[in-house]
Design a binder for this molecule. Structure first.
Ligand SMILES: [Zn+2]
Length: 359
């Protein structure tokens, strides 16, 4: 292990950065071209960007009191972060770990894919593109939306491409005066990558799985790679993530709840996240939805609830692992109940069923 270990606080900051990166967020419509972005529009959009609205009673007291410990999913994320600690490229002349390098790569890739509009492919080599397209058509019939839903894919290889890096920098570095300066800064990042084992290849830089209220859904290669590394089927991971994020689009459109209905941002976030888990499980196991056998996919839910977090005070809280598991099981039971078989329960009815369960 190179250098000193991060303090507990610093480590928490790392993990919080990850959790924020995996949240649903509210955003105004952003229209931006590619190669390069239309900078003026983009800056305006960024200036208007709202604070996070992925904001969180709940199940019974036993669940609320259940312990919240590090999970398998959390441990994999930790392993990515530890690999940074082992890489000399992150240390300055005083042998201090420079978190700004991690943040720089992470932020550029996140901003880029939030504002990118253009051709998309899913998976490093596009191997999941047809599956995502098929599931999005199915979801469009299952939960029709009155908005255009755009599904973007986040790739670590975008951080290796000089032109794309210069596009990112030209669009997001507010002090960059011209394209030449964008290239100069891009080359500095490429130089760091050339001396690193983990820049920019680490799945950490493509961990996005979030929604915005302008119809945008982003799915990162890294988060799916993480699930695959834990033994899950990649197609199932995409379908589960996409149906969860699609339900966030339903929430944005229906606007059943807002933050003022809750005592804190974390409670609002938790409510929305657990409802999305519930609805996703309903879609995935419904015969006219994902049509997955519960046994086949319960390993996903195992890991899905493992990606619950313990930041119960965080404005991006997703519910604890145990709460996520309970919500998903309810969705499955609803889809498989004999009297409901074949029927697609309306989104309004699903909302009421979840409310009855939650409170
Ligand atoms: Zn969510």
């Amino acid at each position: 292990m190179k250098g000193q270990l991060l303090s507990g606080c610093r480590w928490l900051a790392f993990m919080v950065v990850f959790m924020v990166a995996s949240c649903s967020k509210s955003d105004p419509d952003t229209i931006s071209g590619h190669e390069p972005f239309q900078q003026a529009n983009l800056k305006l959009a960024l200036a208007l960007e709202e604070e996070s609205q992925c904001l969180p009673q709940y199940f019974d007291e036993n669940i609320l009191d259940s312990p919240c410990e590090s999970t398998a999913f959390g441990l994999v994320i930790e392993s990515y972060l530890k690999s940074f600690l082992d890489d000399a490229v992150f240390y300055d002349d005083d042998n201090q770990f420079d978190f700004n390098i991690v943040d720089r790569f992470s932020s550029l890739n996140r901003q880029y894919i939030t504002h990118y509009r253009g051709e998309v492919y899913f998976g490093k080599n596009g191997q999941f593109t047809s599956e995502v397209q098929k599931t999005s058509r199915k979801l469009d019939r299952f939960w029709p939306a009155n908005r255009q839903i755009v599904i973007n894919a986040q790739h670590v290889q975008d951080l290796s491409d000089r032109e794309t890096l210069a596009d990112m920098i030209e669009s997001f570095d507010k002090d960059v005066p011209n394209r030449e300066e964008s290239y100069r800064r891009a080359d500095l990042l490429l130089n760091l990558s050339s001396r690193s084992e983990v820049l920019p290849e680490s799945p950490y830089f493509a961990m996005a799985a979030f929604s915005r209220n302008n119809g945008l859904i982003v799915l990162g290669d890294g988060v799916v790679e993480t699930f695959i590394s834990m033994g899950l089927d990649g197609k199932l991971a995409y379908n589960a993530l996409l149906s969860h994020e699609w339900w966030h689009q339903v929430q944005y459109e229906q606007n059943w709840k807002n933050i003022t209905d809750f005592s804190s941002a974390s409670e609002f976030s938790k409510y929305r996240e657990l409802q999305a888990d519930f609805a996703s499980a309903y879609f995935l196991t419904h015969k006219r939805g994902g049509a997955y056998n519960w046994k086949k996919i319960e390993s996903f839910f195992e890991i899905s609830y493992n990606s619950g977090d313990c930041f119960v005070q965080s404005p991006t809280h997703h519910g604890t692992p145990e709460e996520r598991r309970v919500a998903a099981k309810l969705g499955y039971q609803l889809a498989s109940s004999a009297q409901r078989k074949g029927e697609i329960i309306s989104i309004e009815a699903l909302n009421i069923i979840f409310e009855d369960f939650y409170y």
